[in-house]
Design a binder for this molecule. Structure first.
Ligand code: ZN
Ligand code: ZN
Length: 372
């Protein structure tokens, strides 16, 4: 006899409940969500050019006729206000706000365009607009089970793509070709695309933390830094960095690599609920500083990853973000020596109730990933 199937929880509905709770705490009766990623997070809607008006007794997705069917499919339980072809999005917002019947509305001050803001203020001048910056972003820091599964999938797509590329890597391939092939391989394994444009940096170019792929060949130096990630169909991302050894390992590289790896492992080891981002950054950074490379590690240790490639919480020297179970962060210390090269090692880490789980599994032992 088949066991009764559990109905899958409506995650977007749960997220909206959490936002409504936050709004109540702030005494804000409703909020206009304009950031496309936040709209997706709260509704499950994968389109764009749409705003969500959410409040007590109102949940209205303001969109256009291209998305009528898609909203029915993706957003059960959400009312859609479909604007007419000759009506602007802002005009439809005015209509939605009238339906909501409230005098105060929160808005996303950090992401709404100045032009849209000016228009809202001018046309809905009876409304008191309350800046609610970062409210949804704060909720997004802690991933629910569906999101964790999506990020695990993004990691898997990135790792399978990487394995395929490494297996076929040859000396005459350029940085651009490797970046292109990596994207293609991740898509072959089900990714909707890249999490960001991959960084493929041969030798001295690895000294640039955000090097753009160019025409250098893999054989031009004994190592190549690759920073890449996949984006799933639902929009969740992964973010990894590895150093690929393609020739005789210079002793200096071996030393620098060991320092970065020790710093990274110490940072990961320190991840657990209740620890602040600044504490993790300090633990990893102090290892690099003690080895004499403090000035060559010029960026923060890590960042949250989810629907955006960089999101809260931050692992930086000034971050008061406190880690909680369900957060997913990167740990990516680096040492960059201009004219010589650089090393960065990056993994994605899930904060668990009693510590953490490393979601990424590509080996960090370089002799195992030597290309042909
Ligand atoms: Zn990265
Ligand atoms: Zn990163």
């Amino acid at each position: 006899m088949p066991s009764p199937t559990k109905s899958t929880p409506d995650r977007p509905a749960q997220r909206r409940q959490r936002l409504l709770h936050e709004l109540k705490q702030k005494n804000v009766p409703a909020m206009l969500v304009t950031d496309v990623v936040n709209v997706t997070y709260l509704t499950g809607f994968s389109g764009d050019s749409s705003y969500l008006l959410l409040g007590k007794g109102v949940c209205l997705l303001i969109s256009d006729a291209r998305y009528t069917v898609q909203i029915e499919e993706e957003c059960p339980g959400i009312d859609a206000l479909i604007r007419k072809p000759n009506e602007s999005l802002l005009k439809a917002v005015q209509q939605g706000v009238k339906q909501a019947k409230c005098n105060q509305i929160g808005f996303e001050a950090g992401t709404i365009t100045y032009q849209h803001w000016q228009h809202l203020e001018a046309t809905l001048d009876k409304i008191e607009w309350i800046p609610c910056d970062g409210l949804v972003e704060t909720l997004r820091q802690v991933k629910d089970a569906t999101e964790i599964a999506e990020i695990r999938l993004a990691v898997e797509q990135a790792e399978r793509g990487f394995a395929l590329i490494i297996a076929g890597l040859t000396g005459e391939m350029t940085e651009l070709q490797v970046a292109h092939d990596l994207e293609h391989a991740m898509r072959r394994f089900g990714a909707a695309g890249v999490a960001f444009d991959p960084i493929v940096a041969v030798g001295a170019r690895a000294a640039l933390p955000h090097a753009r792929p160019q025409s250098q060949c893999i054989a031009d130096a004994p190592f190549t830094l690759i920073d890449w990630g996949a984006r799933t169909v639902s929009g969740y991302r992964s973010d990894l960095t590895r150093l690929v050894i393609t020739g005789k390992i210079p002793p200096k590289l071996a030393k620098v690599y060991r320092v970065v790896l020790n710093a990274q492992l110490a940072g990961i080891e320190a991840i657990r609920p209740g620890v602040r981002g600044a504490d993790i950054d300090r633990i990893a950074r102090s290892i690099i500083e003690k080895a004499g490379f403090g000035r060559q590690f010029g960026h923060s240790l890590g960042h949250g990853v989810g629907l955006h490639i960089h999101e809260a919480p931050r692992l930086s020297s000034t971050s008061n973000d406190e880690l909680e179970p369900g957060m997913i962060v990167t740990v990516e210390p680096g040492i960059y020596l201009p004219g010589w090269g650089g090393v960065r090692i990056e993994d994605d880490i899930l904060v668990t109730r009693d510590g953490c789980e490393v979601l990424t599994s590509v080996t960090k032992e370089w002799d195992e990933i030597q290309p042909k």
